[in-house]
Design a protein around this ligand. Structure first.
Ligand code: NAD
Length: 270
């Protein structure tokens, strides 16, 4: 299996890279930066020579030129691609009158247009092959939408909608599309967070840092869900419970969300 993972140098992407390597896949990690060198891992004897590390290609998901280079790389080295994992993303958000339009444009360029550019770049190859799997990492925020996170919610909801469209449009070419919607899990996502709304930043930071699950748990659950052919993947109990509440008891869901908004508004905007 030939797999390209964006954002594979950290967090969920790094866990996905390891999970695919453990399955014997060939993996290309496309990220802004290479993964940190981990001495202990580098010194361990290879359990499967030639398949114990991912290739790395520097790629900014906002660059069509970088995506063209990734397509050329997979064509030249592998003669095609089986899984495109659009995982790279950033955290942002902020209340409506605090977050700036520059912040909206930043998060849209990476979290939405990065996924769109990557998918568009590989569609001709997938159509030619008559096969392929597009896996887009959205978020639970793409399905349930907490106050104070309008921009993040909106772009992740757009990723969910985009993914469903890709799946339908490419079904007759043998291509499947899958949206991944986890709740908070522990990564360095908050380190790269940008935004003027410091109260929202602190809340999200605490939720990510104190989350019960880490990226390895989410990666394992996602691969199992892909094995089952799931198109909308809710990989953890918290995500499943929150989505279930919205679908089955909309009034209760709205009540929870309004209370959360009130708590946030009580924190003030300065
Ligand atoms: N951590 C959470 O709580 C959580 C919850 C739901 C969804 N997600 C989503 O999971 C995905 C992975 O996030 P993570 O938590 O592992 O974060 P992370 O910050 O640990 O990893 C993100 C990776 O993406 C890379 N990246 C950022 N901008 C890029 C760009 N323009 N081009 C290429 N690479 C870029 C970073 O260098 C980094 O290696 C994101 O899409 C995020 O929105 C995270």
């Amino acid at each position: 299996m030939r797999v390209l993972v964006t954002g594979g140098s950290s967090g969920l992407g790094a866990a996905l890279v390891q999970a695919y390597l453990a399955r014997g896949a060939q993996v290309l990690n496309c990220d802004l930066k290479p993964p940190p060198v981990v001495e202990e891992v580098a010194q361990q004897p290879s359990r499967n020579p030639g398949a114990d590390s991912a290739a790395f290609l520097r790629l900014d998901v906002r660059s069509d030129d970088d995506w063209a280079a990734a397509v050329a790389w997979t064509d030249a080295h592998w003669g095609g691609l089986d899984v495109l994992f659009n995982n790279a993303g950033v955290a942002g958000g902020g209340r409506l009158d605090v977050a700036t339009m520059d912040e909206w444009e930043w998060i849209t360029a990476i979290n939405l247009f990065g996924v769109v550019r990557g998918t568009r770049a590989f569609v001709p190859m997938f159509k030619r092959q008559g096969s392929g799997q597009v896996v887009n990492v959205a978020s639970l925020a793409g399905l349930v939408h907490p106050a104070g996170m309008a921009s993040y919610n909106a772009v992740k909801a757009a990723v969910v909608a985009f993914t469903e469209t890709v799946g339908h449009e490419l079904a007759e070419y043998g291509v499947t599309a899958h949206a991944v919607c986890p709740s908070y899990f522990r990564t360095g996502l908050v380190d790269a967070m940008q935004g003027s709304d410091e109260a929202v930043g602190a809340v999200i930071g605490a939720l990510v840092t104190n989350a019960p699950l880490g990226p390895d748990d989410i990666a394992a659950a996602v691969l199992e869900a892909l094995d089952r052919g799931e198109e909308l993947i809710l990989p953890d109990d918290a995500a499943r419970a929150a989505y279930e509440l919205k679908v089955t008891d909309r009034a209760a869901y709205d009540e929870v969300m309004r209370k959360q908004a009130a708590r946030l508004n009580a924190m003030g905007t300065t």
